[in-house]
Design a protein. Structure first.
Length: 129
């Protein structure tokens, strides 16, 4: 302000540029809002889809220790590829497992790991019970 209460020419230009900028932003907002509305045909976009639980839940059926491959055993909780190889090696050396508890004879599988596996493994179709 040059004099008391009088606005300078540069300030008028700055106010005009700001007003023009705000008008352009408002125009862009309305243009985007109109583009998001359904078109004249009344077709709306579906944003949510129901997926059956069976499609996203993993297969939790018990795994037979006597027929499972290394890859299948490695997917069990707490069993990696190395431990899966030991299970298969034990099965090869000692014959098929008689009970699921026998898996604790494999090096690296103790009571804690067996407790995590107990519901996920079986022997010749028999449950852990």
């Amino acid at each position: 302000m040059n004099e008391k209460g009088k606005i300078a020419k540069a300030e008028w230009l700055l106010l005009a540029a700001t007003a023009l900028f705000l008008c352009l932003l408002l125009a862009l907002f309305w243009k985007d809002r109109a583009a998001m509305a359904p078109d004249e045909t009344g077709v709306a976009v579906e944003t949510e889809t129901e997926v059956p639980q069976a499609d996203i839940q993993p297969d939790l059926s018990p795994l037979d220790l006597n027929s499972a491959a290394v890859e299948e055993l490695a997917e069990l909780p707490g069993i990696g590829e190395e431990l899966a190889r030991r299970i298969v090696a034990y099965r090869t050396e000692n014959g098929p497992f008689e009970t699921v508890e026998e898996i604790m004879k494999v090096s690296g599988i103790g009571e804690g790991r067996f407790a995590a596996l107990e519901d996920r493994i079986t022997v010749d179709g028999k449950d852990t019970e």
